[in-house]
Design a protein around this ligand. Structure first.
Ligand code: SF4
Ligand code: SF4
Length: 151
């Protein structure tokens, strides 16, 4: 797949200009966007949980059925350049957010390190703390809040 990627494309092109392969490669595999969130319309806050979508493999931090995910998780969102700007909750480490903001990728990003494990060793991924949605009853979700962000 790397053969289809243009040389240091993340520094030379905007999100809108990326090919599908480049777009997918820009994800650092942290899994943070697959954590469940609770919206509080009244306070306009977004609570992030350490509970991951049931399709997330909490060890690899990859979606376990990326191709067919919408069949199982209809509210999973296909990230687009527009949504990267809109989703202010994306972590500052996120590869898409960095490129959208004109920042460099971190040295641990797989595109630079060629090592998909570094995002885990650096503690950027959710591997060390995420639990699966299948293991948390609905009424216990609020006790899994790990951050509250403005919407
Ligand atoms: S937060 Fe960004 S980099 Fe991390 S998994 Fe989600 S899309 Fe990929
Ligand atoms: S369906 Fe896959 S990509 Fe979508 S939120 Fe769940 S784990 Fe993440």
């Amino acid at each position: 797949m790397t053969g289809a990627l243009r040389e240091r494309f993340w520094e030379r092109y905007t999100l809108e200009e990326l090919t599908t392969a480049e777009w997918e490669a820009l994800c650092d595999g942290c899994g943070q966007c697959c954590l469940l969130k609770l919206h509080d319309e009244e306070s306009q806050e977004l609570a992030v949980l350490n509970v991951a979508c049931r399709l997330l493999d909490t060890h690899s931090c990859q979606c376990s059925d990326y191709e067919n995910r919408f069949d199982f998780v209809p509210d999973c969102t296909q990230l687009t350049p527009e949504l990267v700007k809109e989703f202010t909750w994306l972590p500052p480490t996120c590869g898409y957010r960095r490129v959208a903001e004109g920042r460099k990728l971190a040295g641990w990003h797989p595109l630079l390190s060629n090592d998909a494990e570094r995002v885990h060793r650096k503690g950027v991924s959710v591997r060390s703390y995420a639990v699966s949605q299948d293991d948390v009853p609905e009424h216990r979700l609020e006790s899994h809040i790990i951050a509250v962000l403005p919407m």
